[in-house]
Design a protein around this ligand. Structure first.
Ligand code: AOF
Ligand code: ZN
Length: 367
């Protein structure tokens, strides 16, 4: 009997997680949450969180279920909130609806909720089951969980290389090492991120727009990630091509310049370390600004520094079946000769063909 109940819980929780995913391009910096209300084996309410400042998933599902929710069961992919944020607590609405059982996947890592939602519901005599499909519900909120637990965003870095690990020719030429299919794949990742981070060096060399440009028409109107440029020497000027795109830009600098910048461009001043931006302080700052997930596209210098700092969560490496030769530019730069036992250790996570290229996702081997 217990097993049958568990199968039923998994069945509905899967649906709640699918609903949660509908918000994956729009909920930043809130989590993706889905909710299903069931009574007598029938779904009577569904809801998901669409974007900040709007109803949470549970409220949308309760609104749909109306009075039928009485004595029903709610399946929610994240612990219902117990706080007055931009919206009132979902726990109160759930108790008022007369729901008698709530199945929750993950506890909310938000310190002002974590466990308090469940405590409140239990006190109100609601039966609680937790931990159903925990891995899946965390996976759709990797950025939110990491930021809430560490105050630092989830950090992904993308590089494109040849089979011999080179990222540009000796003269800097690098467009395009990988195929159009890989480039399209990158746009999907960009769209899922809260921010895209790069450097003024990359802007000077590649002149990119750093916007997310998915091919599918239904995704074209989703909010654009914030573009963050590390620019410690104030090299970025109002005439650079990417400034013409109107999505938000943050120039991370040591001091402001006196240029007249359009409204979507903000200069952010951070304390320097040896005349450069202190990267640890930068990521802490971005966490404080509620940035859940950062997608980095940069050159070998920043890539190597971030690996050295052991601050990256995932490396996404596109490998083209090309040989650029030993005079071209390497992926990883070190300022000293090292022995084999001193090398940086990574772990393979996934590998996939993207057109004629390979996409390898790796994680650093954290000690
Ligand atoms: C839920 N259901 O659908 C979501 C929750 O500022 P607010 O009021 O929107 O609250 C945001 C916080 O609420 C967010 O940090 C997270 O802890 C939780 N999100 N909770 O019960 C939802 N999106
Ligand atoms: Zn809520």
């Amino acid at each position: 009997m217990r097993d049958i109940n568990k199968q039923t819980d998994i069945f509905y929780m899967k649906k709640a997680i699918q609903l949660a995913k509908k918000g994956q391009y729009t909920t930043q910096s809130n989590p993706n949450v889905g909710c299903i209300i069931v009574k007598n084996n029938k779904i009577i309410g569904i809801g998901w969180h669409i974007k900040p400042n709007t109803n949470h998933a549970e409220i949308n599902a309760l609104n749909m279920a109306g009075n039928l929710a009485y004595q029903g069961t709610a399946y929610i992919s994240l612990e219902p909130c117990s706080h007055f944020g931009k919206t009132p607590p979902c726990c109160y609405a759930l108790v008022q609806s007369g729901i008698t059982r709530i199945v929750i996947s993950a506890l909310d890592p938000n310190p002002c909720i974590s466990g308090n939602g469940i405590k409140y519901l239990k006190k109100s005599n609601i039966k609680i089951t937790t931990g159903i499909l925990l891995k899946q519900s965390k996976k759709i909120n990797y950025g939110f969980f990491k930021r809430m637990q560490t105050n630092i965003p989830w950090i992904q870095i993308k590089m494109a290389t040849s089979i011999d690990g080179k990222i540009a020719m000796h003269n800097g030429e690098s467009k395009w090492i990988t195929s159009p299919k890989s480039i399209q794949d990158v746009h999907k990742f960009r769209l899922l991120s809260t921010a895209i981070l790069s450097t003024s060096q990359t802007i000077m060399i590649d002149n990119p727009l750093l916007t997310a440009r998915p091919q599918q028409k239904n995704k074209m109107n989703y909010p654009q990630p914030i573009r963050i440029i590390i620019d410690s020497k104030n090299k970025i000027q109002p005439y650079h091509k990417f400034i013409n795109e109107l999505s938000t830009i943050w120039l991370i600098r040591i001091k402001k310049d006196n240029n007249f910048w359009p409204n979507h461009v903000k200069q952010i001043i951070l304390p320097p370390y040896k005349n450069k931006i202190n990267l640890i302080k930068l990521f802490n700052y971005l966490g404080q600004k509620n940035i859940n997930a950062i997608w980095i596209e940069c050159g070998a210098i920043l890539f190597s520094k971030l690996l050295y700092l052991n601050i990256i969560d995932e490396l996404i490496i596109y490998i083209a079946p090309k040989m650029l030769g030993h005079l071209s530019k390497p992926l990883y730069i070190m300022n000293k000769k090292i022995r084999l036992h001193e090398t940086l250790q990574l772990k393979f996570k996934t590998i996939k063909f993207i057109g004629s290229d390979l996409r390898i996702i790796l994680t650093p081997y954290k000690k």
